[in-house]
Ligand binder design. Structure first.
Ligand code: HPA
Length: 288
């Protein structure tokens, strides 16, 4: 074998780093999660809608775990049960634009995988590129355009972690078709849970998009745009974890209207989206 490139944290994490975090979490609870959940901007309160919490950890107390410094991302890890399933839930996430590397941003997903999750439910707040989307609507992610990753910013950069998956993982059906079908069915039976389906565009942020960029993103097939998720899903799929992705549309991201998105607006729309997101997630969990 040739020499391995010299990459060390925070650019690259190996199994011993990941397992150090796993051990700290496992010291607080004997619960063995099967499902991971990531709550995005403005969605932190989803945890209060039905999860029976057994243990809570602060991100700062877990080795290598990146803290989120963004308003609306409290930075707590919950372990417990939801609809009978053992789950591990992240209240808030770290973003690339905060200064973290892709390896740091996705470190929690690796920890979840070593903890034993088989499925990841990932949520985010996103701007609606599709003119039919209104703030407060939900969008099931069918596929993504990983613009930040297509230019080389992959969380899989560096020596491949063979314990998780292959060097060149497939990203076909990254958002599990059976889980999407289930989510569609659940939403159709719920009142007041408008659920669209579409393509999520992942950018680096933190600046919002110019009108020309929004027109471009729509033309290349985007329905919603945000600053997270795509790296986490890449790592999830590398490790064979099934993914269900749901965007909450916090604002219209359209080029032909003079709209100025703000982070406050994202958090405000979260208040409408929280009960919808919680009911959809609960419905899905009940039918798994
Ligand atoms: N653009 C990018 N990211 C976002 C937006 C947006 O309009 N809204 C929420 N996250």
């Amino acid at each position: 074998m040739g020499a391995r490139p010299q990459l060390s944290p925070p650019d690259y994490f190996d199994l011993p780093h990941i397992d150090e975090a796993v051990q700290v979490i496992q010291r607080t609870t004997s619960l063995r999660p099967r499902i991971g959940l990531i709550l995005g901007s403005g969605l932190a309160q989803v945890v209060e809608h039905g999860m029976d919490v057994e243990a809570v950890l602060r991100y700062e107390d877990i080795p290598y775990w990146p803290e989120s410094r963004v308003v609306g991302h409290p930075g707590r890890l919950f372990l417990g049960r939801w609809a009978g399933h053992p789950v591990m839930l992240m209240q808030g996430r770290a973003h690339y634009y905060e200064g973290y590397t892709m390896a740091q941003v996705t470190f929690p997903v690796r920890v979840m995988q070593r903890m034993g999750i088989e499925m990841l439910i990932v949520t985010n707040a996103a701007g609606g590129l599709n003119p039919a989307f209104e703030p407060g609507d939900l969008m099931l992610i069918r596929d993504h355009l990983n613009l930040i990753g297509m230019m080389g910013l992959s969380p899989l950069r560096g020596p491949n972690l063979e314990a998780f998956g292959p060097r060149f993982p497939s990203m076909r059906n990254a958002y599990d078709p059976a889980l999407r079908e289930l989510a569609r069915r659940v939403a159709a039976e719920l009142e007041d849970v408008p659920l669209h389906e579409g393509v999520y565009v992942g950018l680096g942020g933190p600046q919002f998009e110019t009108p020309a960029e929004l027109r471009f993103l729509r033309q290349i097939g985007g329905d919603a745009v945000g600053m997270s998720t795509v790296a986490e899903v890449t790592v999830a799929r590398h490790g064979g974890t099934r993914v269900l992705g749901i965007s909450g549309i916090s604002n219209k991201a359209v080029w032909d209207e003079d709209l100025e998105p703000t982070h406050e607006e994202v958090l405000e729309a979260g208040r409408i989206m929280v009960p919808r997101m919680a009911r959809l997630i609960e419905g899905v969990l009940r039918q798994l």
